[in-house]
Design a protein. Sequence first.
Length: 255
Amino acid sequence: MSCPRKRKRVEGRARGAAAGLTLGLGALALAAVSACSSLPPTAELGFTFLVTGERGSEYDAEQLTEIGAGHFANMDVLKGEGKLLLAGPFYDPLPDLGELPAWRGVYIFATDQLGDVATWTATDPGMVAGVFAADTYLLDGTATLAELPAREAAARAERLAADPETPYDGFVGRSYTVVLYPGADGFLETFTGLPEVPFSGRLAGPGPFDGHALVCLAAETPEAARVYLDAHWGDDNGLILCPWYASDQVATLAP
């Protein structure tokens, strides 16, 4: 069975010509709803893979440091404007993507418009300098991602109240593993809603990962993630795994 995952959409109405057929279809529909009821609600959000740009070698260390500072400052602006929900860098071991540029990080935005994703990503000074390039999508994914800024604010207030004397920059991070798989439906049905999966969804856009399933695992290393994937899926053909660093509050999105 394939569970519907698009938000706010009801697909089709049974119109049986006979009462028996109508009741039969109704029973099947009820069974399908029951089987899918454990899946969390979904929402379309903006998603960017920041990737290696073509001009990084043009800058010296001091210039790259300045570009990096601008990169972080711009994220604060986007968060303050309510546009940026989540960001975080990838780190070694990066996956072999063949001729595609290497992944550098992720942006998840509060929009369902691909144009907004491109426009907001382009404000990054790293993008302006050509240190980064962008691979943009919409993510039909876990709706609770939109709650992340509020959860981070609550965690920040709690930490400051518990220890007001200790300097705190407002961010506490941890490692996760991001997994991509080209066959979205069965893969998403297997992992969405599990306690080890803070968020998941399907990518849609003009880039090479259109239609891929994306799953964030709480596993802190690709090795630990692969053990979990082997236990629940088995077939590693086409899997892409990459360690990722993001807010510790991402883990609270898991059911």
